[in-house]
Design a binder for this molecule. Structure first.
Ligand code: FE2
Length: 276
């Protein structure tokens, strides 16, 4: 595997079992604490993302987002609350001590350097559950669509907290696909969170179809860190197995890149981005 050639890298045994346990325990605690708060469904399907103020105002917060399939047609939860959450995001790497500590382990900075980053800032974090049976598909995308900078600098650090397999919805990537163009940009449609969001097409080259060549599965044991180039097309399928596929991801950008004011993710002025 070669970063320049393939646009992704895997680093086995990057994070200890103890750190993984701490992240999963902390996530469970956050879900319990949030159980009584207002919540919104998050999925990467365009439809449910638009006008989602809960999502748009989460850039400096630690928030829970439901799995779509956690509800029946009448909007009632059909699984226990602790099995209903799709992800926690998007600033726990800065506002939560446990996440901040693990996000800034030396191996994370070393990974950023291996991806050619010079002065990385930690922009966004997500604890992804991929719940048993109902874990949703993440449609094929490029991270630079959602975390756009000029020039393109975003790199994803994706840590397997549990084994990721074909059965429970592992990542799939298009090796070398990062040398293709950025297809779309997701951005705010107006100045207020209530104005919602829009996609702008930049290049109409299609992204790969889900679950087959040129995408290849990245099955990795727990503790593996996967580095993803911001232009690399990737996808993960639904989890129909009885096991969760928890992962923790941190997205980095270069300090000196331009970060547009209409990117969906905006941080409050009193919570500036930080590095390692
Ligand atoms: Fe992604």
């Amino acid at each position: 595997m070669d970063w320049e050639r393939d646009g992704y890298l895997t680093i086995p045994d990057a994070v200890s079992a103890e750190d993984r346990r701490r992240l999963m325990d902390r996530a469970a605690e956050i879900v319990r604490e949030a159980a009584d708060d207002p919540v919104s469904v998050f999925s990467t399907h365009e439809q449910s993302r638009t006008s989602d103020e809960w999502f748009l105002s989460s850039g400096g917060e630690v928030r829970c987002f439901f799995e779509e399939e956690a509800f029946d047609a009448d909007g009632r939860l059909v699984v226990p609350i602790e099995r209903s959450i799709n992800k926690i995001g998007h600033a726990q790497h800065d506002v939560d001590d446990v996440y901040s500590e693990v996000s800034r382990r030396p191996v994370m900075a070393e990974a950023a350097a291996a991806a050619g980053m010079r002065d990385p800032l930690l922009l966004q974090s997500m604890h992804i559950f991929k719940q048993p049976r109902i874990g949703g598909e993440v449609t094929c995308h490029q991270d630079a669509t959602f975390l756009y900078t000029d020039p393109m600098t975003v790199v994803g650090l994706w840590l397997a907290l549990e084994d990721a397999t074909l059965d429970n919805g592992c990542l799939w990537v298009e090796p070398g696909g990062h040398r293709g163009p950025l297809r779309t940009r997701f951005h705010r449609a107006g100045a207020s969170d209530a104005d919602g969001t829009a996609f702008t097409t930049l290049d109409d080259t299609p992204l790969p179809e889900p679950g087959r060549a040129p995408l290849v599965p990245v099955e990795v044991p727990a503790g593996t860190l996967v580095l993803l180039h911001g232009l690399l097309p990737h996808w993960s399928g639904p989890n129909r197995s009885g096991r969760s596929r928890e992962a923790y991801s941190v997205h980095l950008i270069e300090r000196d890149a331009d970060y547009p004011a209409d990117n969906w993710l905006q941080r409050p002025a009193d919570l500036p981005l930080r590095g390692f």
